[in-house]
Design a protein around this ligand. Structure first.
Ligand code: SF4
Ligand code: SF4
Length: 129
């Protein structure tokens, strides 16, 4: 696909399969395109990745950005600590994985990633029951 599109125009530092907010970073190029592949984004420099996440400053931007009216900072904390019960209680399963919380976070916390991972674990545990 890359060759057909003209190849890289510079040194590629990061590739994302899908859109800029909901897509996921690719480990390498040795993966097939599937029917769910919508796009491949190739970045020469990723400014977000250049910054390490820092502690939450309680600015509330993630809460304002969440379309599901969730509290992403809190859900991410629960996810990182593996607290599935309280994660569910705070409606973590309602997350639509839009990525808005991570996008707006000035502390560069991987909020959507933590919420998404915990959501997968909770759903997998429910399927086992
Ligand atoms: S990824 Fe989930 S928690 Fe974050 S803003 Fe979107 S719906 Fe809300
Ligand atoms: S946007 Fe980031 S820094 Fe602000 S409250 Fe949410 S997690 Fe904390």
């Amino acid at each position: 696909m890359l060759e057909a599109a003209g190849g890289f125009k510079g040194e590629c530092k990061k590739m994302i399969s899908g859109g800029p907010m909901m897509g996921f970073a690719m480990f390498d190029l040795d993966v097939p395109a599937t029917k769910t592949s919508s796009s491949l984004l190739c970045f020469t420099e990723d400014e977000v990745a250049a910054y390490e996440p820092t502690a939450c400053i309680n600015c509330g931007r993630c809460v304002e950005a969440c379309p599901e009216l969730l509290v992403p900072s809190r859900l991410a904390d629960y996810g990182e600590r593996g607290q599935s019960g309280v994660f569910e209680k705070w409606h973590g399963l309602e997350c639509v994985e839009c990525g808005s919380c991570s996008y707006v976070c000035p502390a560069k916390r991987p909020l959507a990633q933590s919420v998404k991972t915990m959501k997968k674990q909770v759903l997998a545990a429910k399927r086992k029951k």
